[in-house]
Ligand binder design. Structure first.
Ligand code: FEO
Length: 397
């Protein structure tokens, strides 16, 4: 089914209700690959879909126009969840010229045999007239890949924003005012945390460019289209990219025989007792997805990382967590490390080193407990929780 955004501009993408893994992103609500069709004097398709669903996209195009009438296919981003369907599309749209920037052409040449494709490289100076509408292009490097760009139609004040402002959310609705806004924003936050965070500096530059153009509607490549809450999602991006943290303490831990659990809970008690203005969250990393952990990390001002020692290492799932978090480059947090050990301690030391290497502020030395935490060590943990809460309040207010 297609959906009209404005007269003669339609959503023609694919809703992937069943996808549950997107290169390790836990897409428990499914996903969409959004594609759009503009019918004017000339006809253009904005972005394709995952290769597996290219035939669905062709069917949607055929419902609206003859394939031979498509003049342009715009590729805003070469990642295969969008560009994967291009080979099928270009083979079935005999008169289409692919519009992309120079970097994107390089990427497409590495993915596909583009020898038979008609390609026109575009830059921000180029304007492609479709008749009553014009395609404008804004390069947005690293949001999400080097070749990423936005396409903008000034006559409609309509921005095709590719991954930016997207959400992994399968729905039969297409617009932000047709679905629960809190859920959309939660999924947009999760998407930002897990996909966009490493490129926050580039996001801030992109938002500066976007602020100079009037925008009535943002049509991303994933999830719902923003037409009623444009300012809300732009403001959310400003906060996430700007590192505007909440007064929130996040405690991540893994335990063997519950000693590190007891320490984590003592830290939680100390933080919660310090102030009811602080949101304190405790996540057992072996029972929580990496996707949720990164989402909670995005706006946490203060963090406690705890692990028991296993074979002179941190617990394996905690190792996975800190590897994932390192790549996402969360910056400027206050933190402590803690953990129990048996005959040789290593877990809390390794986490403490990770905190230092990541450039976060260490609030105390690592807290250790041999086999079981004593009442004194649990009191130490409560005090550390208070320190974390104070740090979170300082940053989050
Ligand atoms: Fe939705 Fe970066 O691809």
């Amino acid at each position: 089914m297609t959906t009209e955004l404005v007269k003669n501009i339609d959503w023609i993408g694919h809703v992937d209700w069943s996808v549950r893994d997107f290169h390790s992103f836990d897409t428990f609500r499914g996903a969409t690959y959004n594609s759009y069709l503009i019918r004017d004097t000339k006809t253009a398709v904005i972005d394709a879909v995952k290769g597996l669903y290219a035939q669905h996209l062709l069917q949607h195009i055929a419902e609206k126009t003859e394939p031979a009438k498509v003049d342009y296919v715009v590729c805003n981003h070469a990642e295969p969840d969008h560009a994967g369907g291009l080979a099928t599309l270009m083979a079935n749209l005999p008169n289409a010229v692919l519009l992309c920037n120079a970097k994107c052409r390089e990427s497409l040449a590495a993915y596909f045999d583009i020898g038979n494709w008609k390609i026109q490289v575009v830059s921000p100076e180029d304007k492609i007239s479709l008749g009553n509408r014009t395609l404008n292009f804004v390069n947005t490097p690293m949001v999400h890949w080097p070749e990423s760009m936005f396409t903008y139609i000034p006559e409609e004040q309509l921005l095709f924003s590719m991954d930016a402002f997207g959400q992994h959310l399968a729905t039969s609705e297409r617009f932000d005012d047709q679905y629960n806004l809190e859920t959309i924003l939660t999924e947009a936050k999760s998407y930002y945390a897990n996909i966009i965070t490493p490129y926050s500096k580039q996001v801030l530059r992109t938002l500066e460019v976007a602020a100079k153009i009037p925008i009535k509607m943002i049509a991303p490549s994933h999830g719902l289209i923003w037409r009623t809450n444009v300012s809300k999602i732009v403001e959310a991006y400003q906060n996430w990219a700007g590192g505007n943290y909440a007064p929130k303490v996040l405690i991540l831990f893994d335990s063997m025989w519950d000693s590190t659990t007891q320490m984590a809970e003592a830290i939680l008690d100390g933080a919660a007792q310090e102030s009811d203005k602080v949101d304190v969250q405790l996540l057992h990393v072996r029972r929580t997805t990496l996707t949720r952990i990164a989402t909670e990390m995005l706006d946490a001002a203060a963090v406690a990382l705890g692990s028991a020692t296993l074979n002179l290492q941190i617990m394996p799932q905690m190792a996975s967590v800190i590897t994932y978090l390192r790549g996402l480059k969360f910056t400027s947090k206050s933190a402590i490390a803690f953990g129990s050990y048996g005959w040789a301690h290593a877990g809390s030391d390794q986490l403490d080193r990770w905190i230092e290497e990541t450039g976060w502020t260490r609030l105390t030395k690592p807290i250790d407990a041999k086999f079981r935490p004593t009442p004194e060590i649990l009191e130490h943990c409560r005090n550390a929780g208070q320190l974390l809460a104070k740090a979170a309040l300082d940053v989050g207010n």
